[in-house]
Design a protein around this ligand. Sequence first.
Ligand code: SF4
Length: 373
Amino acid sequence: MFSDELLNISWDDTTKAIQSKTANDVLRALNKSGNLTVDDFMALVSPAAAPYLEQMAALSRKYTMERFGKTIQIFIPLYITNSCTNSCVYCGFHISNPMKRTILTESQIVDEYKAIKELGPFENILLVTGENPAKAGVDYIARAIDLAHDYFANIKIEVMPLKMEDYKLLAEEHGMNGVICFQETYHREKYKTYHPAGMKSNFEWRVNGFDRMGQAGIHSIGLGVLCGLEDWRTDMTMMAYHLRYLQRNYWTTKYSVNFPRMRRAENGGFQPNFELSDRELAQLTFAFRIFDHDVDISYSTREPARIRDNMASLGVTTMSAQSSVEPGGYHTYKHQALPQFNVTDDRTVAEVVAGLKRAGREPVFKDWDNAMN
Ligand code: SF4
């Protein structure tokens, strides 16, 4: 399990190692062919790499074109419930917030699917829940997946970490194609302060959830760190270690990485401890592409339109569009609930598509599809 491997990786030593990287380390990483080591990744996210951003961008663009061509996969998230038993201090859905909770009924879920199809030719959907296994558990998620098949070709979930058997059940008997899970931060001690109570306070259960996904033979696994909690360079290095570990152990799986930036004054009043500038976000994106040529790099609508359009030709391969981050937000409770976070890119699907085309990209709504016209 990855938690065992992580015990041998010191957070503080990793931070020191990143900070001590030199220009020579950066150049050595940039001149390597093939996939890089985590030590190379550390050089690319280090302060020493900042002067080499142009070279990194060119290399990232080259590898992205070689592996993915001009395509950007487009998906849309659907929050089916904001009911949650956790206490994440940075999230408006935390259990102590006296907000209205919603668990969409089956007919409401179908209404949402229909409303999404009216927005654009989406085939990739991400079903998102809070974490309340008693009220919206595996059976509920399975039913939402079953209902989605009439509308979408590719169905992923972002829900509480599950048992291996449950992942297997959802994949094999309900046709779920992939799972995204945010570790949020790999800093084991600080993790407890951000997740003081509830199921999510168990660091090991969450971080080993990715092993359970791999053991269940999940086709696509997405890892995620929430930028703003801990030193981004160290946290991303931990995610790079995790990615390599999973690739070694579950090598038939396709992987994606997600690193949304927390904004100031989002729900819950939590302010980020560390901020990632636009330049640093670019550096991080290039570093991941150069580190791993095949990994999907996903940007959500947390990022502004200008950055998403720019980065679409420089490393990013998957994007959401016209996202609602509140349950039932496309139809049933449009603009009535509290969103989980603030959407910064609020363009319509057509506007996102037009922006990507201006950037020379081909937005793709399903694997075998061509661009939206
Ligand atoms: S981040 Fe997820 S688990 Fe935590 S409170 Fe929000 S919805 Fe619940």
